[in-house]
Design a binder for this molecule. Structure first.
Ligand code: HEM
Length: 128
């Protein structure tokens, strides 16, 4: 009987120790979360910096979607990033080119109007 009790105690001790060692694994989680915590802190700063982008019409011209440049288009003084817009692949769309102020064109020539700008990322504004 004593042997059985001793074995039971040993088993319990083993289970407890295993349990403790497992609990140390989640304890490592906070340290691995630290970089994750720091990156969301960095992200808003980047977003703020991007929103502050102000370009003259001349500067906007280089963002034509060619040679690895992003495709920016100004409408009503707001600069939109068309780089990821499928219809604007290569910075071109139905005879129009990125790097320009297309306010009149989207309002008066396109069949869709400014409604198509919904969801397109805003990157800055046109210098007055
Ligand atoms: C800001 C500048 C824009 C201008 C000047 C412009 C101009 C035009 C024009 C002239 C057409 C008619 C083409 C034809 O007659 O066949 C057209 C059609 C079209 N555009 Fe744009 N567009 C602009 C932005 C966009 C954006 C941002 C999108 C998508 C997010 C888009 C998507 C389309 C689509 C899908 C059509 C086919 C017709 C329709 O579904 O309304 N366009 N665009």
């Amino acid at each position: 009987m004593k042997n059985i009790k001793f074995i039971m105690i040993l088993l319990m001790a083993t289970i407890l120790l295993t349990g403790c060692s497992k609990s140390t694994t989640p304890a490592e989680a906070p340290s691995s979360q630290d970089p994750a915590v720091s990156s969301p802190v960095d992200e808003p700063a980047e977003t703020e910096a991007t929103e502050e982008l102000v370009l003259t019409l001349e500067e906007l011209g280089q963002y034509n979607g060619e040679n690895g440049m992003p495709a920016y288009v100004a409408v009503d003084g707001v600069i939109y990033d068309f780089t990821g817009v499928m219809e604007w692949s290569g910075g071109k769309h139905n005879g129009f080119e990125a790097g320009n102020d297309l306010t009149e064109e989207i309002k008066n020539i396109s069949p869709h109007g400014v409604a198509r700008l919904k969801g397109v990322p805003i990157v800055g504004k046109l210098a007055e």
